[in-house]
Design a protein around this ligand. Structure first.
Ligand SMILES: Cc1cc2nc3c(=O)[nH]c(=O)nc-3n(C[C@H](O)[C@H](O)[C@H](O)COP(=O)(O)O)c2cc1C
Length: 120
């Protein structure tokens, strides 16, 4: 993997579990104060299609080096809300929504996102 970090937020562990399939050394957003390195953001969607508050606040200071966002969710929430955090962040900061991943994702999801990072 190039010098591109994987930074994630997780509440119940699904997004962290996925992040660990992309790299041996993903960073928990809570441990990152400021980053000067390019990174891909992984975030779940909560509360009817919203970006978690911690992620929103962190991005205010740290969005400049984000090269893409991967959102997580559950299709049970319906197509309007599924993974919507990614749509919101992509639009707000003008970065690609790389993929929406359901729960802990599939091998195909891992391959797709790895490809994006390598191709960057
Ligand atoms: C209270 C609650 C609200 C949720 N709201 C949404 C939602 O609006 N859209 C969605 O796609 N998934 C929603 N989910 C599903 C989570 O995004 C999904 O379980 C995700 O994998 C959680 O990631 P985490 O384990 O890293 O915290 C919700 C889950 C809970 C418990």
């Amino acid at each position: 993997m190039k010098n591109i970090n994987v930074i994630y937020y997780t509440l119940s562990g699904n997004t962290e579990s996925f992040a660990r399939k992309l790299t041996d050394e993903p960073f928990d957003i809570k441990d990152v104060n400021k980053t000067n390195q390019p990174y891909v953001l992984l975030t779940p969607t909560y509360k009817f299609g919203q970006v978690p508050d911690i992620v929103s606040e962190w991005l205010e200071d740290n969005h400049a080096n984000m090269i893409g966002v991967v959102s997580f969710g559950n299709r049970n929430w319906g197509s309007e809300f599924f993974g919507k955090a990614g749509d919101i962040i992509s639009e707000m900061y003008n970065v690609p929504l790389v993929r929406k991943v359901e729960l802990r994702g599939t091998e195909e999801d891992v391959a797709y996102i790895t490809e994006f990072i390598h191709g960057y």
